[in-house]
Design a protein around this ligand. Sequence first.
Ligand code: FPP
Length: 246
Amino acid sequence: MGFKEQIDINRLPEHIAIIMDGNGRWAKNQGKFRVFGHESGVLSVKDIVEGCVDIGIKYLTVYAFSTENWNRPVEEVNALMELLIATINQEAETLNKNNVRLNAIGDLNSLPEKCIQDLANVMEITKNNSRCTLTLALSYSAKWEIVAAAKKLVKLAVENKLSADEITEEIFAAQLTTTNIPDPELMIRTSGEHRISNFLLWQMAYTELYFTETLWPDFRREHLFEAIVDYQKRERRFGKISEQLN
Ligand code: FPP
């Protein structure tokens, strides 16, 4: 039996977050340039989005470019930006066909102008799609996001629209880039690294973490289904004891 058949569709995670890692090593293993790994990684993104649409995952968030990735050699940064622009434009039609809404989080203003415009365009033409929301984390880091949220709260306080005592977890979360998106129940990181790397720190307070040795360009929907089956075997207690559940 394949992993898909083992999934309990009544207990699907609503939101899956992925750190797509290992593109560079995958390319190097074949004696190719790193960019070839990123290009191949796009095929994985496409297959995983379709896998999510297929089984009914409502939110998929992928870490496509971190704040720290700006420190990579300029040629690689440029290649990633061009790949991003080409991919969102090429995939706009398929996103619509699959009823997928494109969303983006991060310090988007720091992206190249063309990237900002094309992202805005594809987000606009997919905005009414409701089967799945694909969020690209771009120039994103969780510490950046949390500081930005704190700044917004201070501004509200200065304008006398909010007092310190009124700040709750809900109000804080509403200032984050993930407003209106539920916290991920499952986070997958490929390529054998066991780190969070500044991804969705607030949102992952209770997320189940799944690590696999598979490099991102080799990751396909069957691997995703395997991760979901693993997730469904876990008991999520949220600080309670086993007997208190249900
Ligand atoms: C990590 O591999 C991957 C990235 C930093 C970029 C991810 C980008 C893509 C998959 C392509 C663009 C995405 C979209 C959504 C169009 P790495 O370079 O850190 O690999 P390494 O750890 O082996 O060096």
